[in-house]
Ligand binder design. Structure first.
Ligand code: NAD
Length: 452
């Protein structure tokens, strides 16, 4: 239940004035550099923010005959792209220009016009521990060698960044590598247990959690773009609520999983059965290298596998979905770079059990799909903090492969339900009616028998 008394609705929502700092662990990566360069190109009028709901999306208001469909960015008070400033950390010292060139996502024609801007983006030294990301060996790392000192060093970085850039508010978004698979343990159960574990230099705490603690202790919302455990533990949810901060995660929904959450709801809504779904990818960027380690891949695999189970609900439809075989693999193949190719072989069955096959060959660009999600998440999380929405931002499930959710609820993976949830949240915040697509009044005979 929303505690309305804590929320600022409609004209009470604090205006998005001043600079909004975007703090990115992993700022030298493919997703980060594609996002930052893209925002700058859009600001300069040199490119279009395709894929971004906040920039291009509209929202229908009222009944269909009212024909009210404003742009989302004109409907809710979002920060302007001109007010975004970028900072972050990486274990490689490369500046934004060098990092974007290394990532090989954007062409020179997109990088050269903003060369000076990108050169000005220099990473801060990372908090890094190779036990959690085995295939990277960058040396641009903080000297502090205990966890508490590392948290404090990150907080000092944040303070300095805010001061130097005159930021009114900040958002932290993890675009760093996928860490090895971790399970929620007793040290993650409460803020007290987590803080004690940090003080005791507990070896089970990964860097991503230290960034999240530093963010929240600095009053900054945290978004997790990787499948890492990070804020998906009770201690972090408690910390977010204590500090009245929104958190969201995890793992940007791009590529193959995006396709899965588009196709699977359609098959299910037509009551078509599934015998097997075989998914494989080839990927040659640094993310692919990290995922070539089996422990990091396990984190990703868990994130990718859960999707179908929740969408298809085999417990409700045993004759259609009880025993389907689901396999996901990622193969590191350097020549392909960031241009991932995802194949899906889907074995379905229809009327009387007759088998059919669907093949998907998605020749996508990983970071091109991820960058607009980063932008939308930053702007919506900033809105959430100004509205006073704290804790898990489930309305942003739309953007994630493994949406965070309350313990007693199952996550919503269906892209279309997620989209409706997001837009209805915006309508609610702005005092507009929810759109349920109910439509029974369509058939009623009265003077107002308009198409609804
Ligand atoms: N479509 C997508 O690209 C996509 C989709 C979903 C999730 N993700 C996730 O987003 C993250 C970024 O993806 P990418 O393709 O940009 O990968 P990348 O390897 O290009 O970038 C990650 C960056 O994080 C840095 N890093 C690692 N650990 C760090 C730490 N402790 N502190 C600071 N920096 C650190 C690395 O040096 C690297 O520069 C990955 O976890 C990936 O799994 C990406």
């Amino acid at each position: 239940m929303l505690k309305e008394k804590n929320l600022k609705l409609k004209e009470q929502i604090t205006a998005p004035t001043g600079k909004l700092g975007v703090l990115i662990p992993g700022i030298g990566g493919a997703v980060s550099t594609t996002f930052i360069a893209g925002v700058e190109l859009v600001r300069k009028g040199l490119a279009s923010p395709i894929g971004s709901l906040t920039q291009l999306g509209t929202i229908r208001l009222g009944k269909r005959f009212e024909r009210r469909s404003p742009r989302i960015k004109d409907f809710v008070p979002l920060a302007s792209l001109d007010d975004l400033v970028f900072g972050g950390w990486d274990l490689y010292e490369a500046n934004g220009y060098e990092a974007a060139m290394f990532a090989r996502v954007l062409k020179r024609e997109h990088i050269e016009p903003i060369k000076d801007f990108l050169r000005g983006i220099t990473p801060m030294k990372a908090v890094f521990d190779r036990r959690f990301v085995k295939n990277l060996d960058g040396k641009y790392i903080k000297e502090e060698n205990n966890l508490r000192a590392q948290v404090e060093a990150l907080k000092e970085d944040i303070r300095r960044f805010k001061d130097q850039n005159g930021c009114e508010r900040c958002i932290m978004i993890w675009c760093g590598s996928t860490e090895v698979y971790l399970q929620c343990e007793e040290i993650h159960q409460s803020v007290e247990a987590l803080q004690k574990a940090i003080d005791a230099n507990d070896s089970r705490i990964p860097p991503s959690m230290l960034y999240a603690v530093a963010a929240m202790e600095s009053g900054i919302p945290f978004i997790n773009g990787a499948p890492n455990l990070t804020v998906d533990v009770p201690a972090m949810v408690e910390m977010a609520s204590q500090n009245n901060l929104p958190i969201a995660g995890k793992d940007f929904k791009t590529g193959q999983t995006l396709m899965k959450t588009i196709l699977a709801p359609g098959l299910k809504s037509r009551m078509l059965g599934l015998e097997g779904w075989y998914s494989t990818n080839i990927l040659g960027n640094r993310d692919g290298l990290v995922l070539d380690d089996k422990d990091s891949f396990k984190t990703k695999e868990e994130s990718k596998l859960s999707v179908l189970e929740y969408i298809l609900q085999p417990q409700l439809y045993p004759s259609l979905y009880k025993n389907y075989y689901h396999k996901v693999t990622i193969n590191y193949y350097p020549p392909r770079g960031d241009n991932k190719e995802g194949w899906d072989c889907i074995d379905i069955f229809g009327w009387l059990g007759y088998p059919m096959q669907i093949k998907v060959d998605f020749q996508c660009r990983d970071s091109i799909l991820a960058a607009p999600l980063v932008l939308d998440l930053v702007l919506f999380m900033d809105l959430a903090q100004r509205v006073g929405l704290s804790g898990i931002q489930e309305w942003l499930s739309f953007y994630f492969k493994s949406p965070m959710h309350k313990e007693n609820l199952y996550p919503e993976h269906d892209l279309f339900i997620q989209s409706m949830k997001l837009k209805n949240t915006l309508r609610y915040l702005m005092g507009e009616d929810q759109i349920t697509h109910f439509g029974l009044d369509y058939y009623m005979k009265d003077d107002e028998n308009e198409e609804k």
